[in-house]
Design a protein around this ligand. Sequence first.
Ligand SMILES: [Zn+2]
Length: 161
Amino acid sequence: MAVRDDELPYLRRCVELAAEALEAGDEPFGSVLVSGDGTVLAEDHNRVASGDRTRHPEFELARWAAAHMTPEERAAATVYTSGEHCPMCAAAHAWVGLGRIVYVASSEQLTSWLTELGAAAPPVRPLPVSAIAPEVTVDGPVPELTDAIAALHRRFHRQGD
Ligand SMILES: [Zn+2]
């Protein structure tokens, strides 16, 4: 499945949420949960600066979906996200039975940017969603928006210089 033009607003919102995370001193990641009929149900951004490094938006949205949606609604929903789900979030997404994932930047792209920026390697291997949750339909990257996300990561990792 390709990313449709009418899905770009959700992805732009993910970029905005990632920018909000950066403004709040956090790593720039943002995600939006959209129902099968196109309604935005929930959104979040990274909150790991709190000290809890599991506070990824995709993980929060998976738990929100488990608490507020039927299994059928979850299967019909899409999670849009600025960066491809990490293995923890991909597992949570699959465990709660959510539907498709659309990401702006892949884990592979993020890894190459972070390596270039000299960032410390993450404690969890950055595997693609397909390696963790093979039944989930995944689309991305979205070239129109990847530069915007790359720029946010550059800003985050240069703050400490
Ligand atoms: Zn994650």
